[in-house]
Structures are given as structure tokens and as C-alpha cells.
Design a binder for this molecule. Sequence first.
Ligand SMILES: [Zn+2]
Length: 69
Amino acid sequence: MRRGCISLGDVQCDDCHRIIQYPERYLVVEETEGTVLRLCVDCCLNRGYARYKVEKGERVLTFFSEPKY
Ligand SMILES: [Zn+2]
């Protein structure tokens, strides 16, 4: 399960290990084994968990709720 969240400034990315500052968005990924990963936007983009799309001339970040194959 994946859930997009907004950091309150106390979240660390489990991939690149940087602090995700408020009000940056991040993704919570719950693996089937019960492992929970928090990923910053950059890591989500790198892994293909998120992408930017352009809506009405604005760049909008979209998190994928399910894996894309
Ligand atoms: Zn990261």
C-alpha cells in the first residue's frame, strides 16, 4: 500500500537518508512483509513511484498508489 503524506519536518527518507522538510511531500510504502518505507520525492521519481504531470500549466506531482509494470 502506498500513501502520499506531507512532512512535518521530522521524517527521514529511507533511501537517500535526508530529512524531508515541512511541507515537502513524501510517500509511505508498506511492503507486504510489514516493512514501511518513507521515500522523498526525488527517490520516488527515481524509482518510478511518482511523476510530474502538467495540469493547467502547473506542474503537479502525482504518486502512484499501485506499482506500474
Ligand atoms: Zn530520498
